[in-house]
Design a protein around this ligand. Structure first.
Ligand SMILES: *Cc1c(COP(=O)(O)O)cnc(C)c1O
Length: 360
């Protein structure tokens, strides 16, 4: 067996320790004689797994008691609609910051439910920066302010929590949740699909302040309703139970490393080494304003795009996989989530240096 370094943006690399634990538990979870996949989601074994999942997430992120934690389906994309369906609370307006492809999608979907005020956008410059907050136009009568804390495709990350001028702050943290500590009490709602930095695809985490939920149109289906899902512990219907268990293993792994602050230090070091290698090269470059470069998704282009195919083929032959950039921006992208070991980043840097010597 040979494992590669997988730089995919999502579904993405998982900690080897998690995969091994899952392998060990596969046929017989803790003496039950069953795989977690086979368990009733209402039974005592799975109930224990579910309770620990929530407790561990609360502990790792320091989630205050007045926040609900939901584990939903439908991906972050589902939330683009579920959020206005649940937290407009009779309001007709919501503010959005547009910093890339994912913000753009969130804005488009929200537009079906309310008047979207785009408070700031970096679209004109090709989503390479974050507009200065002094230029944002926040309507303080709107229901909330939404932003994408890390733009997975454009490689742009907020290094701070925006000032929402008193509006509930909503953040799509799909690609940087658990990569750095955040003060949850500053948010109205945080959401994330799990397949970037938390586990496999199939679960969407929603952390929402309790006063924001419960005022909804009576036609809203129960499966989309945060208040109903909360009351039923996210088990209104059958949840993606095996995926909950895998996310739980990822959380245990994070705790074993010393929690999110410890992981953040590693992420700072890993991303700094890769950006430095890119900046020192004359073949590779990163287009993003250095103040807002993502620690998770590092896009880079080759000054000679004729070499793209060779680069990808030789990288793959060295066990460095999934480096092709998103089809909308081209070039390359190295996603270096929590689970990417230092050795993977160093192997990529070594490969890039050798490649530049040969072809640069
Ligand atoms: C991947 C991603 C999404 C979409 O997630 P799905 O689970 O595929 O719906 C949304 N926002 C961000 C920031 C992402 O990285």
């Amino acid at each position: 067996m040979k494992r590669i370094y997988n730089f995919s943006a999502g579904p993405s690399i998982l900690p080897e320790a998690v995969l091994k634990q899952a392998q060990e538990d596969m046929l017989d979870w803790q003496g039950t004689g069953m795989s977690v996949m086979e368990m009733s989601h209402r039974g005592k074994h799975f109930s224990a797994i579910a309770a620990e999942l929530e407790t561990d997430l609360r502990e790792l992120m320091g989630i205050p008691d007045n926040y609900k934690v939901l584990f939903m389906q439908g991906g972050a994309t589902g939330q683009f609609s579920f959020i206005p369906m649940n937290i407009l609370r009779g309001n007709t307006k919501a503010c959005y910051i547009n910093t890339g492809a994912w913000s753009t999608k969130a804005i488009k979907d929200a537009g079906r439910f309310c008047d979207v005020i785009v408070s700031a956008t970096s679209e004109q410059g090709g989503f390479k920066t974050i507009p200065d907050p002094s230029s944002w136009t926040i309507d303080t009568d709107a229901a909330y302010l939404h932003y994408t804390s890390n733009e997975t495709i454009h490689g742009v990350e907020f290094p701070y929590i925006p000032d929402s001028k008193g509006l509930p702050l909503v953040s799509d943290m799909s690609s940087n949740i658990l990569s750095r500590p955040v003060d949850v009490s500053q948010f109205g709602l945080i959401y994330a699909g799990t397949q970037k930095n938390m586990g496999p695809a199939g679960v969407t985490v929603v952390i929402v302040r309790d006063d924001l939920i419960g005022t909804v149109d009576k036609k809203l289906p129960d499966v989309f309703n945060y208040a109903v899902q909360d009351k039923d512990k996210s088990m209104l219907n059958t949840p993606a139970s095996y995926n909950w268990y895998l996310v739980g293993l990822v959380l245990k792994w994070l705790k074993s490393l010393g929690g999110i602050a410890a992981v953040e230090s590693k992420n700072i070091a890993k991303s700094a080494r890769l950006y430095q290698a890119i900046d020192q090269s004359s073949l590779f470059s990163n287009p993003v304003d250095p103040a807002f470069r993502s620690r998770m998704n590092v896009p880079f282009i080759l000054s000679n795009p004729d070499l793209d195919k060779t680069f990808l083929a030789e990288a793959e032959a060295k066990g460095l996989a999934e480096l092709k950039g998103h089809r909308s921006v081209g070039g390359m992208r190295a996603s270096i989530y929590n689970a990417m070991p230092d050795e993977g980043v160093d192997a990529l840097i070594d490969f890039m240096k050798t490649f530049e010597k040969t072809y640069g």
